[in-house]
Ligand binder design. Structure first.
Ligand SMILES: [Zn+2]
Length: 309
C-alpha cells in the first residue's frame, strides 16, 4: 500500500499528542492523553501506547510509513532515548525501541521538541523559503532548532540549536543546567514574571502573576513590566546574534507562549538585536513570530521524520 502518511507524536510534560499527518502537513487523525508525569516509566509509556493505539485503529493507519517523535528534552537521538526534565520517571528511557515495537516495526525518528518546532516552521511556517534559520520556543523553558543550507540539522543527539542554555551573562545567576547566565534563566516566562515581581510589579485583582500578565501591564505602560520584557529581549538578542554570527543565518523565528506578548517582546528584540548582530553579513537577518501554533509539535515531528528519512 502507498505509505504517504507519517504518524507523529508530540511528547510533553502535560500532554502526549499524536496524529496521522499527510504530505501537506494536514492532521488527518488525532489522539491525545494527559502525561502521567508523576508516575513511573511504564505508566507514561502506557499513555504513549494508548495514543498510538488510537491512531492504529484508524482505517488510515495502513498508509503510515514511519513515525516521527518530538519530545521534551533532553533527548538522545543516537541512543533512541529520552530524559524529559519534567517527566522524572523517564531517564534514558528507550522510547524509540518501544514505539517501534508498538507501531508494528515502522521506522522511528526522534528529535527534541525545539527541533520539531523548527522543522514545522521551516516546512510550512515563518521560516519557509529560508535556507538558514534559527527557531526558538520561548515558554516555561527556552529551546530551539537550526536549519542550515536548507536542511534541518538536529545534530547527532537531536538537540542542536538549544539556545536556552547558551550563556549570555558570564557571571550571571546559576542555571539548573549547571552553567551560569543562560538565556533561559533571563528570558523564559517564569523568569520574566519573577524579575517583574522582584522589582515591584504586582498582579491585578485576578492574581495572575504569569509572564502573560506582565505583558498586559507592559502594554499599559507599567515601567517595571516593560523593563522585564526588555531584559528578556536583550538575552534573546544576544543569543540570536551569537548563533547568527556563527552560522550565517537569514532569519530567527520566535514562538512559544512568551512570543504571544507580541510587540512588547518583538519591538525591543529587533532593536537590541542590532546592537549585538553588527557584522555586515548579518544585515539581512530578520526576526519573525512563529505561525504554526499548537500543532507545531505534531507537524514538526512529521516533518522531521520526512527530513531524516
Ligand atoms: Zn542553563
Amino acid at each position: 500500500m502507498h505509505t504517504d502518511l507519517v504518524a507523529a507524536l508530540d511528547i510533553g510534560g502535560t500532554k502526549i499528542a499524536g496524529a496521522l499527518v499527510d504530505g501537506d502537513g494536514s492532521l488527518l487523525v488525532r489522539a491525545q492523553r494527559p502525561t502521567p508525569a508523576r508516575e513511573g516509566a511504564e505508566a507514561v509509556m502506557g499513555a504513549v501506547d494508548e495514543v498510538l493505539g488510537e491512531l492504529m485503529a484508524s482505517p488510515l493507519w495502513g498508509r503510515a510509513g514511519s513515525v516521527g517523535i518530538g519530545s521534551a528534552g533532553p533527548v538522545d537521538a543516537a541512543a533512541g532515548t529520552v530524559s524529559p526534565v519534567n517527566v522524572p520517571g523517564w531517564r534514558d528511557f528507550p522510547l524509540v525501541e518501544r514505539v517501534h515495537k508498538t507501531a508494528g516495526g515502522l521506522s522511528v525518528a526522534l528529535v527534541g521538541d525545539g527541533v520539531a518546532m523548527t522543522a514545522a516552521e521551516h516546512w510550512l511556517g515563518a521560516a519557509r523559503g529560508y535556507d538558514n534559520a534559527l527557531c526558538l520556543v520561548v515558554s516555561t523553558g527556552v529551546g530551539g532548532g537550526l536549519v542550515l543550507g536548507g536542511t534541518l540539522r538536529p545534530g547527532p543527539s537531536g538537540n542542536a540549536g538549544h539556545i536556552g542554555h547558551i550563556s549570555v551573562d558570564l557571571d550571571g545567576d546559576p542555571c539548573p543546567c549547571g552553567a551560569r547566565g543562560c538565556v533561559e534563566g533571563i528570558a523564559s516566562g517564569p523568569n520574566i514574571a519573577r524579575r517583574a515581581l522582584e522589582n515591584g510589579w504586582r498582579p491585578g485583582p485576578d492574581g495572575d502573576a504569569t509572564a502573560a500578565a506582565v505583558a498586559v501591564a507592559a502594554r499599559a505602560g507599567d515601567p517595571v513590566a516593560i523593563a522585564s520584557y526588555e531584559r528578556a529581549a536583550q538575552a534573546l538578542a544576544a543569543g540570536i546574534a551569537a548563533t547568527a554570527t556563527l552560522a550565517d543565518l537569514d532569519i530567527a523565528v520566535v514562538g512559544g507562549g512568551v512570543a504571544g506578548a507580541g510587540d512588547v517582546l518583538f519591538v525591543p528584540l529587533r532593536r537590541i538585536l542590532r546592537e549585538y548582530a553588527t557584522l555586515s553579513y548579518l544585515r539581512r537577518l530578520t526576526v519573525a513570530p512563529a505561525v504554526m501554533g499548537n500543532d507545531a509539535g505534531l507537524v514538526g515531528a512529521a516533518a522531521a521524520a520526512i527530513a531524516l528519512r
